[in-house]
Design a protein around this ligand. Structure first.
Ligand code: RP5
Length: 173
C-alpha cells in the first residue's frame, strides 16, 4: 500500500485483490490515462490481508481520493468490504478467476445488502473499461474538461461504428 497521503492529482484508487487481476485491471488504467485522470494502484485482499484492506478503506477519503474502483475474483468480497468502511463511491469489477468463470465474483460483488452500495460492472475486460468511464462520468459532474473528453469519446465510438459499417458493406459487394 502507498504511503499516508496520495499524490495530489490522485482522484481514483484502482484496487485489486491479487496481482493476477492486473491484466483485466489494465483496461481500467488505460481509460483513466486516456482521460488524464490521476490514479493509484493498490494491491490488497479482503481475505488474505483484511487489516490492510481496512487501513486502505478508512484512509482513502482523507488522502483526497474521490472514487474507488475495485477488481476481484473468486468469492469477491473486496469491493463490499471497502464500501462498508468508506462513504466514497465504490465501483466493483467481478473478475473471471475460477472454474465458475466470474459468476461467483459477479454475485459476490452485486448482491450487496441494503445500506452498503457497490456499483457493479460487467465481468472482465468490458467491466474494467466501463468502471473507468463510470468514474469519469462522476468526476465530470464537477470537471468540465473530463465532460468534454467524454463527449469526444462518445462521438468517436459512433464514428467507429459508421466506419465499420462501410468496411462491412465493401466486403459484401
Ligand atoms: C481474489 O482471488 C483475487 O482478486 C483474484 O481474482 C482471485 C485469485 O487470486 P490468486 O490466487 O490468483 O492470487 O482474491
Amino acid at each position: 500500500m502507498k504511503a499516508k497521503s496520495a499524490p495530489k492529482n490522485v482522484l481514483v484508487s484502482v484496487v485489486m485483490g491479487s496481482d493476477s487481476d492486473l491484466p483485466i485491471m489494465t483496461e481500467t488504467t488505460k481509460v483513466l490515462e486516456e482521460f488524464g485522470i490521476g490514479y493509484e494502484l493498490i494491491l490488497t485482499s479482503a481475505h488474505r490481508t483484511p487489516l490492510r484492506t481496512t487501513k486502505f478503506a478508512a484512509s482513502a477519503a482523507g488522502r483526497g481520493v474521490k472514487i474507488i474502483i475495485v477488481g476481484a475474483g473468486a468469492a469477491a468480497h473486496l469491493a463490499g468490504v471497502i464500501a462498508s468502511q468508506t462513504i466514497l463511491p465504490v465501483i466493483g469489477i467481478p473478475i473471471d478467476a475460477t472454474s465458475l468463470h466470474g459468476l461467483d465474483a459477479l454475485l459476490s460483488t452485486v448482491q450487496m445488502p441494503g445500506g452498503v452500495p457497490v456499483a457493479s460492472m460487467a465481468i472482465g475486460k468490458a467491466g474494467a473499461k466501463n468502471a473507468a468511464l463510470f468514474a469519469a462520468r462522476i468526476l465530470a459532474l464537477e470537471d468540465k474538461g473530463i465532460g468534454a473528453k467524454l463527449s469526444t469519446h462518445k462521438k468517436k465510438m459512433s464514428r467507429d461504428v459508421e466506419k465499420k459499417q462501410v468496411t462491412l458493406a465493401c466486403r459484401k459487394s
